[in-house]
Design a protein around this ligand. Structure first.
Ligand code: SAM
Length: 286
C-alpha cells in the first residue's frame, strides 16, 4: 500500500513505547471508554484536530462528482452526525430540489438521536433522514445506496471481510463504498499498547482493512491519505483517554504525554502536533 504514513519512531519514542509495553505486560486490560462519555470526548478531541475538516472536504469533493440526480447515503457508525450534517448540507445546497436520502446506523441511541436532530436542523424538504439504532451487523437495512461510508467505525466490527462484503451488497451497481480508517502511525502504536480488546479482536488498522479488501476479492481504487494533525499537548485527561481509546490510570498519563511530545511535529503555528493521518479506501460496485 502506497499510502501508509511511516511510524515516526525516534529512538526516544521507541524507548518510551517499550517502557509502556513493559508496564502493561501481564496487567489487566485498562477500562474502555464508556458509551455515555464517548461522543462528548470525541467532540472535544475533534476540536483539537484538523482531521474532520479534511475528511468533510475530501468526501464532499467525491460527492460533488456524483452528478445532479437523486442521491442516497448510508453512514455506518454515524455517531452524533457532526460530520454527516456537513455532507448532507453540501448535497442539498449543491443541487436545490434534488432528493437526498441520508440513513445512519449507530448502536448508541444518544448519538443516533443527535444525528437525527443535526440533520433535521437543516430543514431541507428534499432531505429524508432515517437512523437505525443498531450495530452494522444487526441493522435492518433493506435498500441500496449510491454511497455507503464508514468513517472511523470499521474498527469496531468483529469480522472485516464479512463487513466489507455486506456493505458492498448495500451499494447499488455503479455506487461507491468508502471506508476511512487510521493507519498504524505513532498515535495508534499507543492505542495498540493501551486500548482494551474490542469484542475479542484487536484494533483494526489500515493494513488490516486493505488486506480484508484483497481477501474479499474487492478491487480497491488508489488509497488516499489525509495527513491530519492533532494538538494533544492541549488535551485534558478525558481527551487524552479518547486519543488512546482507554481510561488511563494517573501513573500512565505522564509516560503517555512524554511519548506524544516525542512523536510530535511542528504545526503551521510552530506548536507541537501529533500526526493523525486517515486513509480513504474506496471501491465502485460493479
Ligand atoms: C469514532 S466514532 C465515528 C463517528 C462518526 N462517523 C464521525 O466520524 O464523527 C465511531 C462510531 O462507530 C459506532 N460503532 C461502534 N460499533 C459499531 C458497529 N458495530 N456498527 C456500527 N457502528 C458502530 C460508535 O458508536 C461511534 O459512534
Amino acid at each position: 500500500m502506497t499510502s501508509l504514513v511511516p511510524t515516526p519512531t525516534s529512538t526516544a519514542a521507541a524507548d518510551l513505547l517499550d517502557d509502556l509495553r513493559a508496564v502493561r505486560r501481564g496487567a489487566a486490560a485498562l477500562p474502555g471508554l464508556e458509551p455515555d462519555s464517548y461522543a462528548r470526548d470525541h467532540a472535544a478531541f475533534e476540536l483539537l484536530s484538523d482531521q474532520r475538516g479534511l475528511i468533510a472536504d475530501h468526501l464532499a469533493g467525491r460527492m460533488a462528482e456524483m452528478g445532479d440526480g437523486p442521491v442516497s447515503v448510508l453512514s455506518v457508525g454515524c455517531g452524533d452526525g457532526t460530520l454527516d450534517v456537513r455532507l448532507a448540507e453540501g448535497l442539498v445546497r449543491a443541487v436545490p430540489g434534488r432528493p437526498v436520502r441520508y440513513v445512519g446506523i449507530e448502536p448508541w441511541s444518544g448519538s443516533a438521536a443527535l444525528f437525527t436532530a443535526e440533520l433535521a436542523a437543516l430543514e431541507a424538504r428534499e432531505l429524508t433522514v432515517e437512523v437505525h439504532v443498531a450495530s452494522f451487523a444487526d441493522a435492518p437495512v433493506d435498500e441500496t445506496f449510491d454511497v455507503v461510508v464508514f468513517v472511523h467505525s470499521i474498527y469496531y466490527v468483529a469480522d472485516l471481510g464479512v463487513t466489507l462484503r455486506s456493505a458492498l451488497d448495500l451499494v447499488r451497481p455503479g455506487g461507491q463504498l468508502w471506508v476511512l480508517n487510521a493507519p498504524r502511525a505513532a498515535l495508534n502504536e499507543l492505542v495498540d499498547v493501551l486500548a482494551p480488546p474490542l469484542e475479542d479482536h484487536r484494533q483494526w488498522f489500515s493494513a488490516d482493512v486493505e488486506a480484508a479488501f484483497v481477501d474479499a476479492d474487492i478491487t480497491l481504487d488508489a488509497v488516499v491519505t489525509l495527513n491530519a494533525l492533532v494538538d494533544l499537548a492541549s488535551a485534558g485527561d478525558e481527551v487524552l483517554d479518547f486519543a488512546v481509546q482507554a481510561r488511563l490510570t494517573p501513573e500512565l498519563r505522564g509516560p503517555v504525554r512524554a511519548y506524544l511530545a516525542e512523536v510530535s511535529v511542528p504545526g503551521a503555528d510552530g506548536e507541537p502536533r501529533v500526526p493523525h493521518p486517515v486513509d480513504v479506501f474506496s471501491t465502485t460496485r460493479r
